[in-house]
Design a protein around this ligand. Sequence first.
Ligand code: THG
Length: 367
Amino acid sequence: MVALSLSRRLRRTPFSEGVEAAGVKAYTVYNHMLLPTVFRTVEEDYRHLKEAVQVWDVSCERQVELRGPDAGRLMQMLTPRDLRGMLPGQCYYVPIVDETGGMLNDPVAVKLSEDRFWISIADSDLLYWVKGIVQGYRLDVLVDEPDVSPLAVQGPKAEDLVAAVFGEGVRSVRFFRFGVFQFQGRDLVVARSGFSKQGGFEIYVEGSDIGMPLWNALFEAGAAMDVHAGCPNLIERIEGGLLSYGNDMTDDNTPHECGLGRFCNTQTAIGCMGRDALLRVAKEGPVQQIRPIAIDGAPVPPCDGWWKIKAGKRVVGRVSSVAWSPDYNTNVAIGMVRMTHWDPGTTVVVEAPDGLREAEVLESFWH
Ligand code: THG
């Protein structure tokens, strides 16, 4: 076990004090910020997430704020998803692509008003790409990182907990919509979303000073619900097919390779920087794609890099995320598989660090 040396570059969060008091066991670094990965064990955290309710410090989902008359135009330049129907109060999962159609990020876009968006980013420095576009096209829009830190409440009892703190009104917030609710006299955006398939909310905590007061209020209100500090759970997110930018895909992959074609409307997303490139590749279709993969044998060791997927001597893909699933009694994995081997039921061999294993490409994720 090694330690992380903290400094100004590796940012703490408004909730770090609570996270530490709750006994965080491990962190990763995400958008230059601390992101907890384990509280009890990954398996115990997984079980508790599926049965109770957890509060997650996901401050590392930093916001790129777009504000001004050209905010909507700029937002559409960033993504091949058609945003014309997007209304204030809605959140959209949006692939962000560069001029080659390569994935730069896969954030949640939050439309606050016609001229104001938050882009709740995954782990890449999207701010600089966005600022470059603004300067290059002389757009009338301000781009910056506001003091907004998401706090997720996830699990089957999440709605009861969020209602106890913000009021019954949160129960009528629909999936990927948000409402504005008060906490200690401050207006906060509360969305029904989050990086798990167990349901829940994300509170966009505006103002670091109310971070710990809100954290404490959630733990007081949730005492009878067995609330616990948690974090995005490796096993649960693989079962659910939730992708991790930088692990499961990079800027070498198109949204279609990532299985994000359902979030693209490339024909009608006029203005998207990667539109021409994506229209060109769309003609042929992707030659590799993300697939759920079940890997045989005992629980796998941790995965800190890609594992080759082979058919005989040929490399036909890579595994990028994998964990033992107690509920499905197999190793669940996310991999990028070439089209010759991507049909459900295809058996392949995975080069795990502890040896070769048989694996099967599946039709759908496990949730
Ligand atoms: N919430 C917020 N910001 C985020 C994340 C989040 N930023 C970083 C990271 N997560 C971005 N990546 C994702 C990936 C998947 C989803 C959200 C953000 C997600 N997907 C659902 C699914 O695939 O089932 C629903 C998508 C939909 O139907 O629109 O939620 O989690 N604020």
